[in-house]
Design a protein around this ligand. Structure first.
Ligand code: 3EB
Length: 356
């Protein structure tokens, strides 16, 4: 294992970010080139979905309506692929949940229309998670490794309750019901809001496995599932990172990571310092991964990053910090999104499942 996990032609699970503009060509090169990989799953991020270029004929991958920041792209596709000689990727749906799978891995997704009624957000979240857990169990991939959650108006409140907390209540209810699947080892996750407007679906997707992943916590932070009740009676259920065995390799999936020490936001109002602290937290997580798992030696430069920036005007500052810390590392994409605490200006997630 060790260093092999980042070699493209060895990767059991590989992550690539392609712009909408180059998506069709890059998918062709990925699947028909010398490496001849298979697309396991994909999500697209942009103000609108790419037209007709999703790379899998007639198939709707999840779309997240977050604007891309920077000049390079009108949107980004996040593409997970498996080797040519893995079992053929099988695509379908089960009870409203889209899925694709090959060998140990599955990608599942669900987009639920929401009304602006908060009580319906709780029920919708619970139903979405119940459906995903049911689908995963039915597919024989009962272990979620990583969830992505996107919802409109995440910081809005009605009847005194913030929508992120209502989402957490729904997520809690589903995790309780399906607790045996994730007991003591919640998956990695992120939860972000669309920047404007109240409308839009709840989009949930996940990578899952036949095998449980190992959760990793950050020694600089209180585990989110132990946050004090001021952050909501039902706590956010996620691990700071998970390490998943995929074939004979390991993939590291790092949750959305923000400028939080202990349980409190630090550097309020200072986007540069928040970006530094988020990267410090990711670095600490990598240290933990190296201590606990046989993939020590994984460096920051081996990660592929996705930065969610609250205010478009802060993009250049965030990028400057990321590039200074990681070198002229190309593998960070930037999206505009509302992070789930009003005082957080940036959140960064990462994975080491990379092509070169
Ligand atoms: C935090 O550390 C910032 O609710 O699934 C990060 C990652 C955050 C995941 C989630 C929330 C979630 O608390 C917010």
């Amino acid at each position: 294992m060790g260093g092999d996990m980042v070699k493209a032609d060895m990767s059991q699970l590989q992550l690539d970010y392609f712009t909408y503009e180059e998506l069709a060509d890059r998918i062709r090169a990925l699947t028909q080139g010398p490496s001849g990989r298979q697309v396991l799953g994909m999500a697209t991020y942009g103000s609108s979905a790419p037209d007709g270029a999703s790379g899998s004929a007639g198939h709707a991958w999840p779309h997240v309506a977050l604007p891309a920041l920077g000049e390079q792209a009108s949107g980004w596709a996040e593409v997970w692929s498996v080797p040519a000689d893995a079992p053929a990727v099988q695509i379908g749906h089960r009870a409203g949940v889209g899925f694709s799978r090959s060998a140990d891995l599955a990608f599942v997704w669900l987009s639920t229309p929401l009304s602006t009624q908060d009580h319906e957000l709780q029920a919708a979240t619970r139903q979405a998670y119940d459906a995903v857990f049911d689908a995963l169990r039915g597919l024989g991939h009962p272990h979620p490794l990583r969830f992505w959650n996107y919802l409109p108006d995440i910081l809005g409140a009605m009847q005194g309750e913030e929508r992120y907390r209502i989402f957490n209540t729904g997520r809690h209810a589903a995790f309780n019901t399906h607790g045996s699947l994730v007991q003591g080892q919640p998956p990695a996750a992120c939860a972000l809001g669309q920047p404007e407007g109240l409308s839009g679906p709840l989009v949930v997707f996940a990578l899952a496995s036949t095998r449980a992943a190992q959760p990793v916590e950050n020694p600089r932070q209180v585990s989110a599932y132990r946050y004090p009740p001021q952050y909501g009676a039902q706590r956010p259920l996620f691990s700071r990172a998970t390490v998943a065995g995929v074939g004979n390799e390991s993939t590291v999936l790092i949750s959305g990571t923000a400028s939080i020490l202990g349980y409190e936001t630090v550097h309020i109002g200072d986007v540069q310092a928040q970006t530094e602290e988020s990267l410090n937290n990711i670095e600490a997580l990598l240290g933990e991964v190296g201590r606990c798992h046989p993939c020590a030696g994984l460096r920051m430069a081996d990660l592929q990053l996705k930065a969610y920036v609250r205010h478009p005007a802060d993009w250049a500052t965030v990028r400057e910090v990321v590039q200074r810390r990681l070198g002229s590392h190309p593998a960070c994409i930037y999206l505009q999104a509302v992070v789930c605490r009003p005082d957080l200006l940036v959140e960064i997630e990462a994975a080491a499942a990379r092509s070169t």
